[in-house]
Design a protein around this ligand. Sequence first.
Ligand code: RI2
Length: 317
Amino acid sequence: MDEAPSLHPEVRETAGRIAAMETRGAAAIADAAAAALGAQAETSDADSAAAFRAEMRAAARTLHDTRPTAVSLPNALRYVLADLSGEDVETLRATVARRVERFRADLEDARKRLGRIGAGRLRDGDAVMTHCHSTDVLACIEAAVERGADLEAVVKETRPRNQGHVTARRLRELGVPVTLVVDSAAHRFLDEVDHLLVGADSIAADGSVVNKIGTAGLAVSARDRGVPVAVAAQSIKLAPGTLTGEAVEIERRDAGEVLDSATREELDVEVANPAFDVTPPRHVDAIVTEHGQFPPESVVVLMRELFGEEVAEPWHG
Ligand code: RI2
């Protein structure tokens, strides 16, 4: 029987950090996964192109099987391993290194371009409500502030992981006044804001937005209050598998994130902890990408253009 390919420690460590949410946020996960594939390629001592390919597939599988919902992760693996046709290890190693570098640079560039586009929605004096922590959302606010807009923010704490605290900290670093509210106060505070601006972990071909749990109800409330709902999402958040009817899997996380085991036992309850929900396109006004803003229903055009119909799964095999 063939031995399992040996993995670079950075691959295992990166996978562990993603699973534990020490590395979190769709873009950061994609960036870390690409870097880990780069480390695997750089140090590989595979003695044939076939062995190198097997190693890269095994590394991709380890990274892929960490968190299921953010499509930026499989999209990163697809991009980096898109061309494994080289006939010798050195050619393959150089190809992977080049693609990793390009992917990471494009990610950074896309965030900046998206930020400039999203900033166009924000006027001087506006108040923005956010949910969770999204670097794409932050990019929009940062670009608007750099342009001279005075903004304020209402930040939902985002139970159970409280990523709202990260958003609050980053916004304060930008000089934006922040009011932090508990999640259940959102409806009440929507009266005081001009925009709901959230990120995304995956966007389906029909324009449905998969984002942190609580987004769907928040979008309904925003609609009810006449507050425009914008989603800041680089194109690596587009889920190409949904073009052919695949569903986005919603991650269910550990009950311990919600309640400690003693309280759980005392209350004698089951705890459900889905990490994401799905906001239907009818509750979203715009999806802001680095390629421009789209009504959710037309994001499929961009998806086809960028990914085509062929969706590779280089973590298999
Ligand atoms: P960026 C986060 O998920 C949030 O749902 C956020 O909207 C999304 O990632 C996108 O993040 P989690 O990893 O790529 O905290 O915009 O579960 O940074």
